[in-house]
Design a binder for this molecule. Sequence first.
Ligand SMILES: Cc1ncc(COP(=O)(O)O)c(C=O)c1O
Length: 395
Amino acid sequence: MLNPLAYRPQFDSLRGCCHMISNSLGAMPNRARDLAREYVDVWARRGVRAWDERWWNLPREVGNRIGALMNAPADSVAMHLNVTSASATVLSCFDLQGRRNKVVMVDMEFPSILYLYRAWLEGRGRLEIIPSEDGVTIPMDRLLSAIDESTLLVPISHVLFRSAYIMDVEAIIARAHAVGAMAVLDVFQSLGTVPVDVTGWNVDFAVGGCLKWLCGGPGACFLYVRPDLHPTLQPRLTGWMAHDDPFAFDHGPIAYTSGSYRFLNGTPNIPALYNCQPGLEIVDQIGIAAIRERSVHMTERLLTMARERGWPVTTPADSSRRGGTVAINVLRAQEVAAELHARNFLVDYRPDAGIRLSPHFYNTDEELGAVMGEIEAIMSSAAHTIRPRTQPTAP
Ligand SMILES: Cc1ncc(COP(=O)(O)O)c(C=O)c1O
């Protein structure tokens, strides 16, 4: 098995900081700069010819690379700008007029997804939201029994963004299928650090993105649709890229194409599809199993150090139920996080969760000790009492 740390030299962006925020934005691989340059060179040299030469097929090419990381068959992954629009594409496939018009979710989903489903269903369908009782896990009994014969969709995160709790995806999908519902699995917080198997788990839809654990930068997100469902689905959120004969520029109703492009809409985000490739390649070369092994080792170490200091932890203690993040809710956590940023320790803060530390394959054990030592130093100094709160980082 490859040592993931062998890839650290491919990330000059790690110099001069302690990067513990891969749940939000993965570090930039050096080769992303070359790919960004390649994009502008191709644009300048080939101009409009680039569409025929490569750009038209780029969403499929990149979708296939992502698909390979989660055991999806070829041409089943469509590229989107973000997970919200990928989820809206799924929603737009369904008619909410009939009896089967309920969506079951948990209140620990990422807010953008909750906003979308709430707004979409208002006045049209029903939304049942199962609350977490402890802010970390989800009461499975309540969730499973809410999924009934009137349920259409169950959008569920594989790893909950707030607590890093790994949901029992297979049990949820089995329940959904038993009553004729479909699951939309959000793998944003898992793919790249926790194994995902969309075929083995019989996932109906999966959404996610490259900017976090896949080190691919913003703008390259994706939608997987189970291939046997393709012919049955006609997304209303559509466009010319989804047309069977796009260059006919026909003015009639859309004639959907087959394969992943059926779930595209307008012109894709080509620069992002260049930038994301080095990260995907690196994750593929190391292998998710090796990354997961290293990740569990690092999150265990962080937990041990937090326990030794008596700090409250808001992520699961059981590593088989914990994704790549450890959250520590120390006193005045938001101010401590702001001070960490000022000292070049890149961490994340969320209300109710505290300081989130997300080491990835490029982090060293020394960095784990350093970040915990720095938190301790800040807490025991007066510095964090005077540093103003800064804007929180992006998700
Ligand atoms: C689990 C999860 N879903 C969705 C999102 C955000 O989606 P979008 O790409 O629409 O911004 C995040 C962002 O952190 C997330 O963690």
